[in-house]
Design a protein around this ligand. Structure first.
Ligand code: ADP
Ligand code: ADP
Ligand code: ZN
Ligand code: ZN
Length: 816
């Protein structure tokens, strides 16, 4: 490292944001600075809440002086003085659900470049005039396919969904998509009147008849005569095919329940007009290097680079069509290839441009944004990053650090909130905060070159960094039976066979894109869920077909628990108190106070989701949105309730001196003391502390929680239920975003689940976690097409010695 010149520092004086205790610290610029400390110690409060927030505030003040009043409303960070702070760019992982219309191509801005390339330098069919760049975008009126409005999918009924059991006859209700009761009986009479055998098993009917019954638009009328009644002359009944009925309900029914029922018979399939690309035929007819833009969008980035590299490396104005076109083609291709190379360096070559951002892991999305910044040509900027290594295999973390070094070499500063000790070791400087979380933290324990942290006794980070912390020794358990999967195919897994041991803790490892999530969160989860006959949480999942040749041992489980990183709620109205159910106990407590009884306040009065007791200005949200030209979606505390969410009368009711808003403002640790004698609440609170979440505030909105925090809240909620039986627990990177000390805490909980007779399977990158697993399944060896195979499997020690595994060398070093 280059020792920073003394005046190349950012000086912070008197920082008091959140739990920070009047912090003074000097942080070097033009360096890679790691902010460390246990979860909740105050790293983000310093890096994001103070430094980034202040830089941003100054920037907006300088570009838009008129916005000053509004900025005051948003609130300046709690700090006396910051000097020497350059403009800052934040690359955070959490917050803000991605829109389904954004993709790898839009995040990286490569889509814009490609559209320009096709518009200006594509090969057009003879006689067709050039199209504008928008014509190559499915998100514009000019470009979107008229059949599917650019979505690329159409919804249609499917036979296997409408007739789930083809061994039944029509009379026995084979066509599940038809209405029930009288209408259904009526349809069956009509079919009988059409001379179709309603007593024959569905699958024995001729295909032509089956198709007609399900899909026809014809609606013949048939005279239906009651059999025994001689006086009744009957009536004419009109036929409805199953599709016609389903579509009619979807289009016209006012009953949400009816529409939901009908959706069960509908499957989304790629639009036949545009083959899923969402584009118009004229745009699809334009090619470059022999491919349409839709084809290029579907290729892995590595192949796109290979396709365009020859063009990029052509000297402009050479052979080819018109000189001008060639020059444009070369220039744009060169730009695309240069950007792609950064993504390939970061190990993301297996992604495609068209891949929707909703299917990306937070780590993949952040690396895309980091790569995009590298090309932006900014210098003299502070990049503030949130755990850039989270979710990365150690083999993927190295190229990421190289890219960070390049950003630094281009004249920028990098402030990273980081837990991964290998990244911390590479930093030029470390700011360690602690020693504990919340009230127990908030002090700068050390600020200086990494080596000096060794001398800091009270630093938990130092203890782990320099091997002073107790290691998590563990003797592997023996499997109690096996789950055998044969011939699994999905994404890059092709005909894979894998055995998962029962009643032990298994870590599934491998580089990014090797197929871990596909195997664990999709295939394994869907198989077990299907076997247990449980409906999926996410309706989209039901659409995928499970391609597995054989599975044995599924009977072993009586329950499936997926503890994933999806948010515990999508609005600020949900928080950990509401999610765990603990808030019900708190509301009961308030409703039972003498004051509440005297006023006639029930439990509903104490909910901020019900009109009764909530603040009318913000409707219980606690904040209002501020319209600011450059800052869309900025929120400021509600001027009426000052963020408490309740109306004044409700807040007059107190329990042991605190009103309900004050309870929501408590941390889990403090609430555990305050509510120690309320069993329904304290049980939840204790399990939350057990998974290392003691620092969270009860009312912290779901939208402010990181994926890792959401996951641990789910785990705690699960642990507090303590049930009998054999459950399969599936977790995707449960240690992401955790300090080594918190990882130890979490691992203990997972092992408790195994000791209680359950099976736990985790997708993991953390070497401590892998080392304490009973069994390891290593996928790879690379990402995308270069992965998808089981490279090694066995105890951690066995896998550490396996040849050809990207995980083995790192694991071997860890096991020492
Ligand atoms: P870290 O980044 O080290 O995990 P944070 O800076 O996020 O820690 O949090 C430090 C402390 O500040 C914690 O006790 C946390 O609960 C509290 N805190 C975080 N965000 C807020 C907020 N928006 N309002 C009040 N307290 C907060
Ligand atoms: P890992 O969890 O090991 O990072 P994944 O299981 O997410 O790997 O991905 C394995 C492969 O499957 C990669 O090539 C990835 O691009 C592809 N893939 C994953 N999810 C999807 C998806 N929703 N659509 C298309 N391809 C996908
Ligand atoms: Zn279409
Ligand atoms: Zn309010």
């Amino acid at each position: 490292m280059t020792t920073p010149v003394p005046d190349h520092f950012v000086h912070v004086r008197g920082a008091g944001e959140h739990n920070l205790r009047d912090v003074d610290v000097d942080i070097p610029r033009d360096a890679l600075v790691a902010f460390t400390g246990v979860s909740g110690s105050g790293k983000s409060s310093l890096a994001f809440g103070t430094l980034y927030a202040e830089a941003q505030r100054r920037y907006f003040e300088s570009v838009a002086p008129y916005a000053r009043r509004l900025l005051q409303q948003v609130g300046a960070p709690h700090v006396e003085q910051i000097t020497g702070m350059p403009p800052a760019v934040a690359l955070q992982q959490r917050r803000g659900a991605p829109s389904s219309r954004s993709s790898v191509g839009t995040i990286t801005e490569l889509s814009n470049l490609l559209r320009m390339l096709y518009s200006r330098a594509g090969s057009y069919p003879a006689g067709v005039s050039r199209l504008p760049a928008e014509a190559f975008s499915a998100n514009t009126a000019a470009g979107s396919c008229p059949e599917c409005h650019g979505l690329g999918v159409v919804h249609d009924v499917a036979e296997d969904l409408m007739v789930p059991d083809p061994s039944l006859s029509i009379a026995e209700g084979a066509i599940a998509a038809w209405p029930g009761a009288w209408q259904g009986a009526n349809l069956r009479s009509i079919v009988r009147g059409l001379d179709i055998d309603v007593d024959r098993p569905w699958r024995k009917l001729p295909k032509k008849q089956r198709d007609w019954l399900l899909f026809t638009d014809e609606q013949p009328s048939v005279l239906i005569k009651p059999e025994r009644d001689r006086i009744d002359h009957g009536y004419y009944g009109k036929f409805w095919s199953a599709r016609k009925h389903v579509m009619h309900v979807l289009a016209d029914s006012k009953s949400q329940m009816m529409r939901d029922r009908s959706m069960r018979f509908v499957r989304s399939t790629p639009c036949p007009a545009c083959h899923g690309s969402g584009l118009r035929p004229d745009a699809l007819a334009v090619t470059f290097a022999g491919r349409s833009i839709a084809e290029v969008n579907a290729l892995p980035l590595g192949e796109v680079a290979a396709l365009l590299r020859p063009v990029a490396e052509t000297s402009a104005g050479g052979s080819g069509t018109s000189a001008a076109t060639t020059e444009v083609a070369v220039r744009i291709s060169a730009d695309v290839v240069a950007r792609l190379d950064v993504l390939l360096d970061l190990g993301l070559g297996y992604l495609s441009l068209g891949r929707s951002s909703t299917t990306l892991s937070p780590g993949e999305a952040q690396r895309l944004r980091i790569a995009t910044q590298l090309r932006s040509g900014l210098f003299g900027v502070v990049y503030v990053l949130d755990e850039p290594s989270a979710g990365l295999h150690p083999a993927d973390a190295e190229p990421l650090l190289d890219v960070l070094d390049r950003l630094k070499a281009a004249g920028n500063s990098l402030f990273v909130v980081e837990h991964d000790l290998d990244v911390v070791r590479r930093a030029d400087w470390v700011v360690d905060i602690g020693p504990g979380a919340g009230e127990g933290g908030g002090r700068v324990l050390y600020s200086g070159p990494v080596a000096g942290l060794e001398q800091v006794e009270e630093s938990v980070t130092g203890a782990h960094l320099f091997g002073r912390a107790a290691s998590l020794d563990h003797t592997p358990r023996d499997p109690q039976g096996w789950l055998h999967l044969r011939g699994v195919s999905r994404h890059n897994l092709r005909d894979v066979s894998v055995d998962v041991p029962l009643r032990v803790l298994t870590a599934v490892t491998g580089v990014s894109g090797s197929g871990k999530s596909t195997l664990v969160s999709q295939v394994l989860s869907e198989l077990v869920r299907g076997h247990l006959g449980v409906a999926p949480e996410d309706p989209d999942e039901a659409e995928l077909e499970i391609d597995v040749a054989g599975a044995a041992g599924l009977d072993s489980f009586d329950r499936l628990v997926r503890v994933d990183q999806r948010p515990i709620g999508r609005t600020p109205r949900s928080n950990l108190a509401t999610y765990t159910g603990m808030f019900d106990a708190v509301r009961k407590l308030y409703a039972a106070t003498d004051e509440a009884r005297r006023r006639g306040y029930g439990v509903g009065r104490f909910s901020f989701n019900v009109a009764e007791g909530r603040c009318a200005t913000c409707q219980g949200e606690g904040f209002v949105s501020v319209e600011l030209l450059f800052l869309p979606g900025t929120y400021s505390p509600c001027p009426t309730c000052h963020g408490t969410r309740y109306d004044e009368e409700t807040l007059e009711v107190t329990y042991r001196g605190k009103n309900i808003a004050e309870v929501l403002a408590l941390t889990v640790d403090d609430a555990a003391k305050f509510l120690a004698d309320v069993p329904a609440a304290s049980r939840s609170l204790e399990t939350l502390r057990d998974v290392g979440l003691g620092y969270l505030r009860l009312g912290q909105p779901a939208t402010e929680l990181s994926g890792g925090e959401a996951q641990r809240i789910k785990l705690a909620t699960e642990l507090q239920r303590a049930r009998r039986g054999h459950a399969l627990y599936l977790l995707d990177e449960p240690t992401a975003g955790l300090h080594p000390a918190d990882i130890a805490l979490l691992l203990r909980q997972l092992h408790t689940l195994v000791d209680a007779g359950n099976t736990v399977v985790v997708v993991e990158h953390d070497l401590d976690a892998i080392a304490t697993a009973d069994w390891v399944i290593d996928l790879g060896p690379g990402g995308g097409d270069a992965g998808g195979r089981v490279v090694a499997t066995g105890t951690p020690t066995e896998v550490a010695g396996a040849a050809g595994s990207a995980t083995a060398p790192y694991l071997a070093r860890r096991l020492g």
